[in-house]
Design a protein around this ligand. Structure first.
Ligand code: NAP
Length: 241
């Protein structure tokens, strides 16, 4: 078994996921670049390797049962375990998304990726994570999933979004259930909000860089034993539910 820490980041071919992979690699981890498109995956792996990261490609569409099972088999075969899983892949489903007009199909698609995709990948990787001395799972959430923030008068809470924002609320709720079930294990599972970052997801309108957006997830991926679990963080600290 490898002495190095083995990490997998989903949706790591670009944006915040790429920077999380670069950051974990910079800390000396071996990083699996989970990405659904072969060309984009290969390009990201090559760029990371050129930057000195021990990166390898993992074909991974989080909505595809067989593909996720194959991704777990690939990691098992190469390393026998997984230490860090960052569930970063996500979509907005496109805007506008007013609840009074939204196509239910958009909600299904967004939940399939942002929530069920996380459950699918997490459950496929759990047997490998259970073999780690200090397993960490980070789910990329958002403050737009905070019901407290969404209902606070006067706050800038982003666009009205019947699919994207509730998908992150749903993800937070599911992550809490994992934390409860896994509370008697050494697995720490938390949610990270990257802040509003300039990426494809928002037409590059965010005011933070993807590198800045990666910081919260990297911190949660490297928590010491006995650290928090079932919590929702950004760079400033905990975020209200
Ligand atoms: N940007 C922000 O301001 C912001 C704020 C709060 C939270 N977040 C969250 O941060 C995470 C990363 O977002 P980002 O801003 O970096 O977005 P991004 O640049 O659009 O990157 C999203 C990544 O997810 C991948 N992805 C989408 N669907 C997938 C699927 N079915 N299977 C595998 N990979 C898939 C994309 O791959 P392709 O290249 O193949 O499409 C891409 O690699 C998301 O969970 C997002 O909700 C972002």
């Amino acid at each position: 078994m490898s002495e190095r820490t083995i990490a997998l980041v989903t949706g790591a071919n670009k944006g915040i996921g790429y920077e999380i992979a670069a950051g974990l690699g910079g800390l000396g981890m071996t990083v699996g670049v989970g990405a659904r498109d072969a060309e984009r995956r290969d390009a990201a792996v090559a760029k990371l390797r050129a930057a000195g990261v021990d990166a390898f490609g993992v074909p991974l569409d989080v909505t595809d049962d067989a593909g996720v099972t194959a991704a777990a088999a690939l990691i098992e075969e190469r390393f026998g375990r997984l230490d860090v899983l960052v569930n970063n892949a996500g979509i907005t489903g496109g805007m506008p998304q007013e609840p009074t007009r939204v196509d239910p199909e958009i909600i299904r698609t967004v939940v399939e990726t942002n929530v069920i995709g996380v459950i699918r990948v997490t459950n496929a990787m759990l047997p490998l994570l259970r073999r780690s001395a200090s397993p960490r799972i980070v789910n990329m959430s958002s403050t737009v999933g905070s019901l407290t923030r969404q209902s606070a008068a006067g706050d800038d809470t982003g666009p009205i979004a019947a699919a994207y924002s509730p998908s992150k609320t749903f993800l937070n709720a599911v992550t809490l259930q994992y934390a409860k079930e896994l509370s008697d294990t050494n697995i720490l599972i938390n949610m990270a909000c990257p802040g509003y970052c300039a990426t494809d997801l928002n037409g590059f309108r965010g005011h933070r860089t993807p590198e800045q957006g990666a910081v919260a997830a990297i911190r949660l991926a490297t928590l010491p034993d006995g650290g928090p679990t079932g919590a929702f963080f950004d760079d400033e600290g905990t975020i209200p539910w």
